[in-house]
Design a protein around this ligand. Structure first.
Ligand code: ASP
Ligand code: MG
Length: 402
């Protein structure tokens, strides 16, 4: 029998009313002849509420206990959804991460899934039950509860689909799919019927928040067909699939905007071997992900070095840089949190030239100054002042997509 993994996000389970709606959808899939494994998030706002509780006690809560706490949000929703399913006559069974054994490493708050034991799930499916599994959580080898990072239920769902060899993984939320850009910024944005894993990885990492990035990497690695769609309509959403020939005809499939980064500049760093290692080593040790890095050619033996980090980590990064300052002999530090990273993404760039030039032209016409540039095979990103972000997105969407 075909096996479907369905994941419902926080807004889809935000109230008892909505949980009942989800139960009806799940039961309908089951009636249509599918085996169904459901993964749920916590009710909308719940994870934030729990984090705030911990912060009332401690500014930097102990990571193990924080995971024990924030994993409870999903315990509520698996139970409620299972109850709702049973209530309408659909046998169901809830499981927490450690009960099925979704094993992760021990990086609290950003744990990675290592393996999933499917025994209990498969047994329950055989008896006709729908299996409802708590997203976002797992257990390490010493039985400590771990969580996967914000938005981690997507990863739980795709990982389950991979380990269970499901026919598809449906990600239900309040958005209808993956759009060419954020429809709230650009009214001309339209829904993509399909998008390649690589494009989605770039879009997710450059600010399109439909899917958590690690879930896309997982989907790519195990070639899981993922269908991103809305809980509240019956419309087809967007399919994440492997790249095919038809895709390379499209130069740019999406324009993404990320306002969650901050820029740190070290002024007049001596230009000699080992400095970058001295600086970025401790930042990596603190698990801070550095995105763009720019170092200029030096004229007088010194150079400015600029890099971006997640805004949420920029204080931490700054403290590390300040500590390293005497050793790297920089003349000073500048921080800018009012930046936006705008990216154009498309597999067509592999085979077509001129996308970067056109992007710069469009921004020039809009009189928008580019502060940083970085590229990959299928993406061009620029950092600009945050105040011009929406204008840039609209102009680029207009130029490349409409
Ligand atoms: N409840 C978790 C969060 O809010 C996980 C998720 O929703 O995917 O981040
Ligand atoms: Mg979510």
């Amino acid at each position: 029998m075909a096996l479907l993994v369905q994941k419902y996000g926080g807004t889809s389970v935000a109230s008892i009313e909505r949980i009942k709606q989800v139960a009806a959808k799940v039961a309908a899939a089951k009636r249509a002849g599918k085996d169904v494994v459901v993964v749920v998030s916590a009710m909308a706002g719940e994870t934030n509420r729990l984090i705030a509780l911990a912060q009332e006690i401690s500014k930097l809560p102990d990571e193990r206990e924080k995971d024990v706490l924030i994993a409870t949000g999903e315990q509520v929703t698996v139970a409620l959804l299972s109850l709702a399913l049973k209530e309408i006559g659909q046998p169901a069974r809830s499981y927490l991460g450690h009960q099925v054994r979704i094993e992760t490493d021990n990086a609290y708050g950003k744990a990675c899934i290592l393996s999933i034991d499917s025994t209990k799930i498969v047994e329950a499916l055989k008896t006709g039950e729908v299996v409802v599994i708590a997203g976002f959580q797992g257990v390490d080898e010493n039985d400590n509860i771990t969580t996967l990072g914000r938005g981690g239920s997507d990863t739980s769902a795709v990982a389950l689909a991979a380990f269970l060899n499901a026919d598809a993984c449906e990600i239900y939320s309040d958005v209808e799919g993956v759009f060419t850009t954020d429809p709230r910024i650009c009214p001309d944005a339209r829904k993509l019927a399909k998008v390649s894993y690589d494009e989605m990885i770039e879009l997710a990492s450059t600010g399109a928040k439909v899917l958590e990035i690690r879930s896309v990497e997982f989907a790519k690695k195990f070639a899981v067909p993922v269908h991103v769609r809305s809980t509240f309509t019956e419309l087809e959403g967007t399919w994440l699939v492997e790249e095919d020939d038809s895709m390379s005809d499209v130069l740019v499939s999406g324009v993404a905007c990320d306002k969650n980064e901050a820029k740190i500049t070290l002024l007049r760093v001596p230009d000699r071997p080992g400095l970058a290692a001295q600086l970025f080593g401790p930042i990596a040790d603190a698990h801070i992900v550095v995105d763009m890095i720019i170092q200029n050619a030096s004229e007088d033996g010194t150079t400015d070095m600029t890099f971006t980090v997640p805004k949420a980590d920029h204080q931490k990064a700054l403290a590390i840089v300040e500590r390293a300052l005497p050793a790297v002999h920089a003349k000073g530090i500048k921080v800018d949190t009012e930046i936006a990273k705008i990216s154009v993404v498309g597999v067509g760039m592999r085979t077509h030239a001129g996308v970067a030039a056109k992007m710069f032209e469009v921004l020039a016409r809009e009189q928008i100054n580019i502060q940083m540039i970085s590229t990959s095979e299928i993406k061009i990103s620029v950092v600009i002042a945050a105040q011009h972000a929406d204008q840039a997105v609209r102009a680029l969407h207009d130029a490349f997509i409409r």
